[in-house]
Ligand binder design. Structure first.
Ligand SMILES: Nc1ncnc2c1ncn2[C@@H]1O[C@H](COP(=O)(O)OP(=O)(O)OP(=O)(O)O)[C@@H](O)[C@H]1O
Ligand SMILES: [Mg+2]
Length: 322
């Protein structure tokens, strides 16, 4: 079964062709550079850029996969959460394609797509697994069960993990998205600032206090060392994430740990998780970078499984922002 996966939830236009929910034939992502100078995504600009990119990116995805539109058996598309204008572009496109080709389509939750990036990368990963989703808009902890059902254990009550990276980067006058800049700065820094590790309530996260602590530190120390700020901040975030993973691993007696979403590309996070794995006998699963950042392949994979279970979506399905 050839699945065309489409994601336009935020500021990347992503289209992919995946065979049988497993084999990636193409995975094309057009990132919108327009937002960088504004320090965040401008929703109207994002929607307009998706409209311009969706056709050419789909054509490239088909060409790289060496197939034609007529070969597609299923269309998977993100219908939320995300920016409503951006989502509508991908969803309308998918519905139109589905109608004109007479091929079923499945509307997929973007976060479920991120979880399924683990299935796509590792084929048959050991389950159950504790899955931490850390992205630009979400920080969520899931229990992924043997039957691929998932249970939400907790989520952020304010900022998302990636958002905290982006905001701290902005305070350090770095462009959006800031996560990669923080990681780069942190490599040259030391942990000599004691930012407080936020409190974990059940499995609910909070990043706004840490963000504010960085802001106050910068105000009180105008000649701050940006390398040390980035390093100390990043280590504190990782401490916090590890705290949640350890707690869940103990409570559910599960040693399989998956980490997905854009922040999961952070090399220092991977390094610390690998050390933790040795210490605690964990098995760590982190998809490759292209599958952690927004992409169409994870949506194709999730829609493949959703279609087996629930069948196609109806044309009345709507986009939802939150
Ligand atoms: N090396 C890195 N270190 C830390 N954070 C990073 C790194 N690379 C990317 N990020 C962060 O990952 C986020 C983008 O991830 P992703 O594309 O999954 O998020 P999103 O799709 O915008 O949000 P969501 O999936 O919640 O809708 C940004 O906040 C970015 O700063
Ligand atoms: Mg995402």
């Amino acid at each position: 079964m050839l699945v065309l996966g489409i994601d336009t939830s935020c500021d990347e236009t992503a289209v992919s062709v995946v065979r049988d929910g497993q084999e990636i034939l193409s995975n094309i992502v057009a990132s919108q550079v327009i937002h960088s100078k504004y320090g965040g995504v401008i929703p109207e600009a994002a929607a307009r850029a998706h409209i311009q990119a969706i056709l050419p990116i789909t054509e490239i995805a088909l060409k790289v996969a060496n197939i034609s539109l007529r070969d597609i058996n299923l269309i998977g598309v993100t219908n939320g959460p995300g920016l409503i204008g951006s989502l509508l572009c991908g969803l309308s496109f998918a519905k139109a394609l589905s109608f004109s080709l007479n091929v079923p389509f499945c509307a997929v939750n973007h976060l479920v797509g991120h979880i399924y990036s683990l299935i796509l990368e590792y084929k048959n990963p050991p389950l159950p697994m504790i899955v931490l989703l850390i992205s630009g808009g979400h920080t969520e902890l899931y229990l992924l069960k043997e039957n691929l059902e998932y249970e939400l254990l907790g989520q952020t009550m304010d900022d998302a993990c990636g958002e905290a990276f982006d905001k701290v980067a902005k305070m350090l006058n770095k462009p959006y998205p800031g996560g990669p800049y923080i990681e780069k700065l942190a490599k040259k820094g030391k942990r000599n600032i004691n930012f407080p590790i936020p409190v974990l309530k059940n499995y609910n996260f909070s990043f706004s206090g840490l963000k504010t602590a960085v802001l106050y530190y910068l105000k009180e120390n105008p000649s701050y060392n940006e390398y040390d700020v980035a390093h100390s901040f990043q280590e504190t975030v990782i401490d916090y994430l590890i705290l949640a993973l350890n707690k869940a691993s103990e409570e559910f007696n599960i040693k399989n740990i998956g980490v997905v979403g854009g922040v999961a590309v952070n090399e220092r996070l991977k390094e610390r998780l690998n050390l933790l794995a040795q210490d605690k006998n964990y098995r760590i699963f982190i998809p490759r970078k292209e599958l952690c950042l927004d992409n169409g392949a994870m949506i194709a994979c999730a829609s493949y499984y959703q279609y087996q279970k629930e069948g196609p979506s109806d044309f009345s399905v709507e986009a939802f922002a939150n």
